[in-house]
Design a protein around this ligand. Structure first.
Ligand SMILES: *Cc1c(COP(=O)(O)O)cnc(C)c1O
Length: 396
């Protein structure tokens, strides 16, 4: 897709990665099922060997199906040099960390990080001789005090998983650049549409595509998009790890991407409507959504993000996890389960206080995480209203 004129994000989402040599006259790239690629002559084989990433070489190196998705994701991150795909978000996180760390290194990891990331650091990286220490998500430039002589990288996730603290990414990036450290971010909550991670100076921007990009709760996939300075390192490290994605999954993920802009707008608008209603309910002690002006991270969110996502949490006024059963069991429009980003709304009781080590999480009552899907927000509010009545009745 060539031609002049400025391309705003919705246009980029519709056009990114569409190259005629990959699509051959149809709108979407075909599903290439390939291990072996064939060469007609020795000369063609030798020319492919000279630059195996220039075109079809061997299935693990990619096909037009995966190149279209990778290129589209790169185009969504202004300033990025390239993207690699992985079979899940967790695989993307582990591959990104393994690409930049080696034995003897130290990693600074945000305390509000997604729990499986913590598990990878505390077990796998530890066994490889890589040390992780956790920092307060609100530390900002204060991370400088935690840097050791062997610190190599700072990992961020903003807003934080389960508790939605907003990190001061530009302040942390400034510290990292001054001290020669690399920065990584898990950008799953925002997607590149709501937070331009590479544009904010982050070196590696990670997504669980499983969530918003896939958008239909039927594919697991992850991606890492790299700034120019680390792209070659990510590319070669990923090739050595041998992770690939199936062509059918890549096709579905790219199909999901085409509606991402419209879905994120709707998710964001509905989530704010539901969040504002919940904030006014006496059963709700706190609504943890950075798009609300009562949220402690609202000013930074407003400065750095271009919109609101679907995922937030509510802290109930009193009781424990078991007291949420009458509320969640009886919901008609919210499924209970992990993940988010699909068209359907979800609810999940979560317990961040069990996970933290550098900071304490405190609330008087249990925490429920909500993903606001594409249903009518009025129906969702009515469902939650009845749920809160059941919660109050059960507390007595
Ligand atoms: C779900 C999630 C992941 C992991 O993604 P999978 O595709 O399920 O492996 C990573 N980070 C965040 C913030 C997530 O929500």
């Amino acid at each position: 897709m060539s031609g002049g004129g400025e391309r705003r994000p919705a246009t980029v989402v519709a056009q990114a990665g569409r190259r005629p040599e990959w699509t051959h006259g149809v709108v979407n790239p075909p599903v290439y099922r390939a291990s072996t690629c064939l060469f007609d002559t020795l000369a063609e084989l030798d020319s492919a060997c000279a630059d195996p990433d220039a075109g079809l070489y061997y299935g693990r190196r990619g096909t037009p199906t995966t190149w279209a998705l990778e290129t589209a994701l790169t185009e969504l991150e202004p300033g990025a040099a390239g993207t690699k795909l992985y079979p899940s978000g967790v695989a993307a996180i582990s591959a990104a960390l393994l690409a930049v760390l080696k034995a003897g290194d130290h990693l600074l990891m945000v305390d509000s990080v997604y729990e499986p990331t913590r598990l990878f650091c505390n077990r796998t990286l530890r066994d490889l001789g890589i040390e992780t220490s956790y920092y307060d998500p609100l530390a900002g430039a204060g991370v400088a005090e935690l840097i050791k002589p062997n610190t190599r990288a700072i990992f961020m996730e903003s807003p934080g998983s389960l508790t939605f603290e907003v990190q001061d990414v530009p302040a942390i990036v400034a510290v990292a650049k001054e001290r020669g450290l690399l920065t990584l971010i898990d950008n799953t909550w925002a997607t590149p549409l709501l937070f331009a991670a590479i544009g904010h100076g982050v070196d590696l921007s990670i997504q669980s595509l499983t969530k918003f990009v896939v958008g239909h709760s039927d594919v697991l996939m992850g991606s890492v998009t790299a700034a120019p300075g680390v792209w070659e390192r990510l590319r070669t490290a990923s090739f050595r790890l041998g992770q690939t994605v199936s062509p059918d999954d890549a096709y579905l993920t790219l199909r999901g991407l085409r509606t991402l802009h419209a879905r994120m707008e709707r998710h964001g608008r509905s989530a704010l409507e539901v969040a504002r209603w919940l904030e006014a309910q006496p059963s709700v002690e706190r609504v943890l959504h950075p798009g609300l002006n009562t949220h402690p991270g609202h000013a930074i969110w407003q400065r750095d993000f271009t919109g609101s996502s679907s995922l937030f949490a509510i802290a109930l006024r009193e009781g424990g996890r078991a007291d949420t059963a009458p509320l969640v069991d009886g919901l008609a429009h919210f499924g209970m389960g992990f993940s988010f980003g699909g068209y359907e709304s979800l609810v999940l009781p979560v317990e961040p206080h069990r996970i933290r080590t550098a900071t304490r999480w405190e609330a008087p009552g249990p925490l429920l995480r909500l993903h606001i899907g594409l249903e009518d927000p009025g129906d969702l509010i009515a469902d939650l209203e009845a749920g809160l009545v059941r919660y109050e009745a059960a507390l007595g």
